[in-house]
Design a protein around this ligand. Sequence first.
Ligand code: SF4
Length: 177
Amino acid sequence: MYAVRLFSVRHSRGFERLYNMLESSLVMMAPLLKRIGYQRLEKPVAAVERVVKGFLFDCQMCGQCALSSTGMSCPMNCPKNLRNGPCGGVRENGHCEVKPEMKCVWVQAWAGAAQMKKGTAILDVQKPVDNRLKGHSSWLRVVREKTEPPPPPPGSKPKAPAVKPAAAATTPPASAA
Ligand code: SF4
């Protein structure tokens, strides 16, 4: 809902604190989550995330959340889906050129970031959207990124198991005659 989205940006500092608490709790629960199985958790957690973030931020479930870097203004609400700042069409009143009735999400992002403790994260360059992650839980993805080694790059071969030293190395050398 648009009014709630604007409210969330106005209270970005509070949401930043809430998000940090949620993230720390989920990271602490990582062993339990792993035991239950991330695959098994994906559907229910994504459903909760969709409802909560949909209400607060008009979340589009891109699966790679940038809210903590964008002043709690979801960049996926930009009609051009821009993830690294506004286009050149922002109107003089700060509204969107495509949807004139809507404030530019990046003007909002800048205002929200200014209130946040880690607001300078808005200067970080965001990666292009990976559409394979659409509909998936960002929360679970963040937990896995923080607690598991990164997956090998696509196409890389699995490492061969380490070879034990040859038995001959343990036999004493023959004494010189
Ligand atoms: S950045 Fe992605 S996950 Fe975060 S609120 Fe926007 S659509 Fe949802």
